[in-house]
Design a protein around this ligand. Structure first.
Ligand SMILES: Cc1cc2nc3c(=O)[nH]c(=O)nc-3n(C[C@H](O)[C@H](O)[C@H](O)COP(=O)(O)O)c2cc1C
Length: 199
């Protein structure tokens, strides 16, 4: 029996969103999924400079083919002024060809984010990432309140998707126990739903 293919696509400037991406990947792997962690190139207002096609460190940049052939997608960005970060928005603005082909229709997806304050727009960032995914026809998954950590958390974790709250002064990317459990649960939910969807 072939394993389900999950792509965890993230942008992370300082590592906090990446920590969530890794935990979601771990959850998906725990239920037997093949997981690809992928990122997007930075953007710059210097028109003379173009990014290398290979990042200096970390996971590779996403290819359109990888998005097209995945069975389920987790999409994450730090909260930047209550919105997804520009590099992630830039990537989705290059996906009209996939939209025209309907490549992502009926594939399950979930979203995640990291912010430095509890009420600084992490939920609006989650919603901002859902918008292009809805246009692509994806099936958006949240987290149900049957997850006990959703009731207990004193930091990140929302029914719209997993989040972490990392104070800038901490210089730490460590997730709280509740944030970590919720991210793993999200990965499991995405993988099992994607598996059900492909039959
Ligand atoms: C340009 C910019 C805008 C930001 N806007 C917000 C914001 O609206 N609300 C908030 O709580 N944090 C905001 N932050 C803080 C980041 O969301 C926070 O540091 C996050 O944990 C960074 O994730 P990363 O480590 O994956 O880059 C902003 C940071 C930057 C650089």
């Amino acid at each position: 029996m072939t394993a389900v293919n999950i792509v965890v696509l993230y942008y992370s400037k300082h590592g906090s969103t990446f920590a969530l991406a890794e935990a979601i990947a771990r959850g998906a792997e725990q239920v037997g999924a093949n997981v690809k962690l992928r990122t997007v190139p930075p953007v710059s207002d210097n028109l003379d400079c173009s990014a290398s096609s290979i990042p200096n460190s970390g996971y590779p940049y996403i290819s359109k083919h990888e998005i097209e052939t995945c069975d389920g997608l987790a999409l994450g960005s730090p909260t930047h002024f209550g919105n997804m970060a520009a590099p992630m928005k830039y990537f989705w603005d290059t996906t009209s060809d996939l939209w025209l082909k309907g490549s992502l229709v009926d594939k399950p997806a979930c979203v995640f984010s990291s912010s430095s304050s509890m009420h600084g727009g992490q939920e609006s960032t989650l919603l901002s990432m859902m918008l292009p995914l809805f246009h692509h026809g994806m099936l958006l998954l949240g987290l149900p309140y049957s997850e006990p950590n959703l009731h207990d958390t004193k930091s990140g974790g929302t029914p719209y998707g997993v989040t972490s709250v990392v104070q800038n002064t901490q210089h730490s990317t460590k997730l709280s126990d509740d944030e970590l459990s919720l991210a793993i649960a999200m990965g499991k939910r995405l993988a099992t739903t994607s598996k059900r969807q492909i039959g």
